[in-house]
Design a protein around this ligand. Structure first.
Ligand code: PYC
Length: 340
């Protein structure tokens, strides 16, 4: 989007805006925080690294080369492990509302469902989009958002599919786990019957089980398409409310658990339900998160038989500010040995 300034600066070649020295903080990284069903999104509206003028995927590659920026925004002491960063950028297509690149405490996400809902609500908060339909560009494709109200958003996610069904994996200390490998904008291993009850009091146990499953997938060389790492693990159990269809626990790549029902994970789930004949096109699926927040999900099938999910959820803006990065701050990109 044309009016998002990309302030250029570097901190000892790290690609991070300096807040000046000696407390002179004339510039910095401007952010707006929101949460989508409890899951935080930090939208960077100014002060990102200069990524040049390439295509969005090329600039996304450049963002990872300037990795200090990601670590500064996400890591303690400025961020925390659950937050997903969303850097607004120029879109490739003139008709798009914005480009957006997602990142978290270990790296970069092609797409992020809860993040896209948070971005749409934030763009509206900034007065940059009105209610109605808009196109956002992500590194894995364009996503249409429909702002239904200042807080409620539907996203038409990228086509989602299942790569492998009923994969057995031997998990240390847990036993044999069966799951599906599916794509919803990120790679997921979906376990229909969680080995531990999916309830908030079990978050530590669920995190441990999911980490072990991820380790077993890596050990056995079970991957997404083209050898892509399966970096999200999704465990399902019965919903806490009769109005929902299922409750999920999602372990994200950096070890944080998703407070929301995970938009890309719910999209991957829809692909599995569709292929198992358990959910017809046009029927709503209500996915609960581990903390009870909900996404409504529905899909259509296009002429090439691709599953096109639409995910609807709510987000609220909860903070805005400027991250200050002083060159002599020893923890300007995180806490060595503690944060990734
Ligand atoms: O909502 O797609 C999502 C997501 C991915 C990681 C955390 N949330």
């Amino acid at each position: 989007m044309a009016d998002v300034p990309q302030l250029v600066g570097s901190l000892a070649g790290e690609g991070v805006m300096s807040g000046g020295t000696g407390g002179n903080t004339s510039a910095g990284i401007r952010f707006i925080d929101s949460h989508t069903g409890g899951e935080p999104t930090r939208v960077i509206v100014a002060g990102g690294p200069d990524l040049g003028a390439g295509s969005l995927p090329e600039r996304f590659a450049g963002l990872s080369a300037a990795d200090a920026f990601r670590r500064t925004v996400i890591n303690e002491p400025r961020g925390w492990e659950a937050v997903v960063g969303a850097l607004l950028c120029e879109p490739d297509e003139a008709g798009s509302a914005s480009g957006v690149m997602y990142f978290n405490n270990t790296g970069y996400l092609g797409m992020c469902g809860h993040g896209t809902i948070g971005v749409a609500v934030t763009l509206h908060h900034l007065g940059r989009i009105g209610l109605g339909r808009h196109r956002l560009e992500t590194p894995v494709g364009a996503v249409e958002v429909n702002l239904l109200s200042p807080n409620r958003v539907s996203i038409a996610n990228v086509p989602s599919y299942r790569l492998r069904a009923g994969v057995n994996v031997e998990v240390d200390g847990v036993g044999t786990i069966t799951g599906d490998v599916a794509w919803g904008g990120n790679w997921f291993f979906l376990v229909g019957d969680s080995p531990a009850p999916v309830k908030p009091g079990n978050i530590e146990v669920l995190s441990d089980v999911a980490r072990r499953i991820r380790g077993a997938l890596q050990r056995d060389g079970i991957t997404g398409r083209d050898g892509a790492e399966i970096d999200h693990i999704e465990l399902f159990g019965p919903p806490s409310s009769p109005e929902a269809d299922s409750r999920s626990f999602v372990l994200c790549p950096g070890g944080a658990w998703d407070r929301s029902p995970c938009g890309t994970g719910t999209s991957a789930k829809l692909a599995c339900l569709a292929l198992d004949g358990k959910l017809p096109p046009g029927q709503t699926w209500i996915q609960e998160s581990i903390i009870g927040s909900r996404f409504e999900a529905i899909y259509t099938v296009d002429e090439s038989d691709r599953i096109l999910p639409t995910i609807t959820g709510s987000a609220w803006v909860c903070a805005e500010g400027t991250l200050i990065v002083q060159p002599d701050d020893p923890f300007r990109t995180g806490i060595p040995g503690i944060t990734p």
